[in-house]
Each structure stands twice: as C-alpha cells, then as structure tokens.
Design a protein around this ligand. Sequence first.
Ligand SMILES: [Zn+2]
Length: 92
Amino acid sequence: MSGRTKARACPERTCIGCRQRSARAGLLRVALVGDRCVPDLRGTLPGRGAYVHPVSACVELAVRRRAFPRAFRTLGPLDTAELRQMVGQEQP
Ligand SMILES: [Zn+2]
C-alpha cells in the first residue's frame, strides 16, 4: 500500500512538525533568510522552503525536532522567533 499514484493532481507537502501530508494551500511556507526562519506568506522568497501547518503546535513540534535545520540542510541553530510570533497570534 503505497499511496504514490494519487500525488499528481493536487500538490501535497509534508508538515515538518506533525509529519502529516496536506495540500500545499493549507501549509505555511517557511524560508531561510540568513539564520532566521521567516514565514513566506506570499511564497516569493527564494531558496529552499519548508512547510508547516500555520499553528503553534506544529511549529513548536518542528522546533523541538530540529526539523528546520534539517529541512534547510544546515547545522546551526536557527532563529524561529518571527515564525513563532506569527503562529502565536492564531491562538484564541
Ligand atoms: Zn502539522
């Protein structure tokens, strides 16, 4: 059972926090600027992108798993303050 054949129609990405696949539209693209992870709201920042659900739970999970440095193929600790601030606003 490999769900490979379905992937063509709508582009899917894996959330680096919870590791669940979602339609790209439901995920936030994160780009690396210097050593900062910044939310790429318009999808215009160059370079490698990481995808995460725009909720603090997934961002925190990704941070805890060091998924951001892995996604960006870098070793150093990354600044995720901007990202956390953004998703933090969605909390009730
Ligand atoms: Zn997620």
